[in-house]
Design a protein around this ligand. Structure first.
Ligand SMILES: Nc1ncnc2c1ncn2[C@@H]1O[C@H](COP(=O)(O)OP(=O)(O)OP(=O)(O)O)[C@@H](O)[C@H]1O
Ligand SMILES: [Mg+2]
Ligand SMILES: [Zn+2]
Length: 553
């Protein structure tokens, strides 16, 4: 006798055989008993959890003349024909291969005829979400006025793809993933009846791997016994399945999140010694971090397709790490995947990747990064002098020298310890709040001198703004703004920019980049293509190497 795969051999034949879907089977049994069946059902849920099985049991139960209500006899002609798939009155249609309108039209033609030997004509349409739009529309017409002798059972793994117009005309049942413990018990039962010797830990591993799908669990068991025969040793399961235990992935992400580099290396060592494919592990790790991120964005969605207990653990880990860092981790993994793919030392790449991920905690968050970038930009614009004092060279408060050539220090009236806002920078802010146009013009100008009585500013090279104060009115306004801001009369001198234009920027590789920028580049393995912001804001200052102290507060 040819070998019949476990999944087929063990297809539930009565509602009571269906595991983990009692909320559905009980309702259906009651509906049959009380004669309250509707004309269309929609079974949604993950693969291999009993949708097709329940659809067939329901069809049998509806048409069976022999059994008790709700319990098909599985012996009468109707029942056996449905089991064999040869019934004329119960038709199973695969929505994936009969998705066109022609097929649904044919269905609508046939549905008019009375059933040949049973009470009802029943159509089971599997993977119904695959129907075309036109086919759905044709189906909708039938659902709106179904003949009294017809019933529909739709099954799908993707309920969200079924149009609401269809959904609203069906009684909908959502099938659940089957909890691992129930899978283990069921497999144990099968093993006993099939005289297979296999330990519970092995079954638990299979169950974890099956991720809530009974069919997957049964197929995995099939796979194992086809290698080992009916006596299965513990370690063989891991080897044969060649899969990474899902628990290991959970452990790995946890270790990374906690920054436990040593744990990471140990976990990876285990994986490596089992002979797992490193790239497979890498992919599994990426998937898992993707799941963590999704759990923060759409926790209850179909996008996170897994058991409730896994979801909880995922969410717990995700809450610890937060979405910003998750995005950084994912970006990092995506960038490095190529490297791993082509490396002749994948183990080394994997290990360093994990260690780097563990140390990501030292990097700044995106928010912090943006703030840093902002402040660097500001400093490049108004690059101040470094005051080499004993406290490690803290920034002196501006006023400052505004470019490399000018050695002239400006002095504020309170003798260097000026209030911060009494600076050119502060003035620009003030100006922008009063007169945006003027503020914008002066943003590109430089200050040569700012002291008690005199403000000397150098015209921008930009032609559109260089003549702005040729207009006497604008000039007077500027004087007034100066008076209100500095609280005294200041003579404003506008001088021409008679220096040669700034030499071209050095090539990016040779630039001495401020540490936070360098960090960003390291993290994303980037390069400086253009420094447009700094250039716009800072003009000549770009050429001036930025000292470390200047970019660190
Ligand atoms: N709830 C369950 N209880 C017992 N066995 C089950 C259950 N679900 C699935 N199985 C096993 O898996 C096999 C396939 O199940 P079934 O075809 O009903 O799944 P399905 O939900 O229709 O999957 P798919 O979405 O892939 O079509 C069954 O023959 C049976 O062996
Ligand atoms: Mg199915
Ligand atoms: Zn029967």
């Amino acid at each position: 006798m040819p070998y019949e795969v476990l999944a087929r051999k063990w297809r539930p034949q009565v509602f009571q055989d269906v595991i983990g879907q009692e909320h559905i089977t009980q309702t259906l049994i009651n509906a049959i008993k009380t004669g309250r069946l509707t004309h269309a059902y929609l079974f949604g849920g993950p693969r291999g959890v009993g949708k097709t099985s329940v659809a067939r049991i329901l069809a049998k139960a509806i048409n069976c003349e022999e059994g008790e209500p709700g319990i098909p006899c599985n012996k009468c002609q109707s029942c056996t024909e449905i089991t064999e798939g040869s019934s004329v009155d119960v038709q199973e249609i695969d929505g994936a291969s009969n998705r066109r309108i022609e097929e649904i039209r044919e269905l609508r033609e046939n549905i008019k005829y009375m059933p040949s030997s049973s009470k009802y004509r029943i159509y089971i349409i599997d993977e119904v979400h695959m129907l075309t739009k036109e086919a759905f529309n044709a189906l909708l017409k039938t659902l709106e006025e179904p003949p009294a002798h017809a019933k529909f059972i739709f099954a799908t793994t993707e309920s969200h793809k079924v149009p609401v117009t269809i959904l609203s005309r069906c009684q909908r049942f959502d099938f659940k993933r089957i909890p691992p413990i129930q899978i283990v018990e069921h497999l144990e039962n099968i093993a006993k009846k099939e005289s297979i010797e296999i330990g519970r830990p092995s079954l638990a591993l299979i169950a974890r791997q099956a991720d809530g799908s009974m069919r997957d669990a049964e197929s995995l068991l099939d796979q194992v016994i086809s290698f080992t025969g009916t006596k299965v040793e513990g370690d063989h399961v891991v080897e044969i399945l060649g899969v990474i235990d899902r628990q290991v992935i959970f452990d790995a992400t946890r270790a990374i999140i906690e920054g436990a580099a040593r744990d990471c290396l140990e976990i990876f060592d285990r994986i490596y010694n089992y002979g797992y494919d490193i790239k497979e592990f890498y992919r599994a790790l990426m998937d898992q971090f993707r799941n963590l991120l999704v759990s923060l964005i759409a926790p209850q969605d179909y996008l996170l397709d897994m058991s409730e207990s896994d979801k909880e653990e995922i969410k717990r880990q995700a809450d610890i790490v937060g979405s910003e860092k998750l995005q950084i981790i994912l970006n990092f993994l995506i960038k490095r995947e190529e490297e791993l793919k082509f490396s002749s030392h994948p183990r080394l790449v994997m290990e360093t990747t994990m260690i780097k991920l563990c140390n990501l905690g030292d990097y700044l968050s995106f928010d912090q990064l943006l703030k840093k970038i902002d402040s660097i930009e500001q400093r490049l614009t108004f690059a101040p002098v470094v005051n080499e004092t004993q406290d490690g060279g803290h920034l002196s408060e501006p006023p400052a020298r505004w470019d490399r050539e000018s050695s002239e220090k400006t002095e504020m009236e309170e003798g260097g310890s000026a209030k911060r806002e009494q600076t050119w920078e502060g003035f620009l802010k003030f100006l922008s709040s009063k007169n945006k146009a003027m503020g914008n013009v002066l943003k590109d100008w430089k200050v040569k001198r700012l002291d008690k009585d005199v403000l000397e500013i150098v015209r921008s090279m930009q032609s559109f703004s260089s003549t702005y104060f040729n207009d006497r009115e604008e000039y007077d306004r500027l004087i007034n703004y100066c008076r209100s801001f500095f609280g005294r009369d200041i003579q404003v001198k506008i001088v021409a920019n008679n220096r040669t234009p700034a030499p071209q920027m050095e090539s990016p590789e040779h630039q001495d980049l401020p540490p936070p920028v360098q960090d960003i580049m390291d993290m994303f393995r980037g390069e400086v293509k253009e420094a447009s912001n700094a250039k716009k804001a800072g003009g000549n200052n770009l050429n001036r190497p930025v000292k470390k102290e200047e970019v660190e507060q």
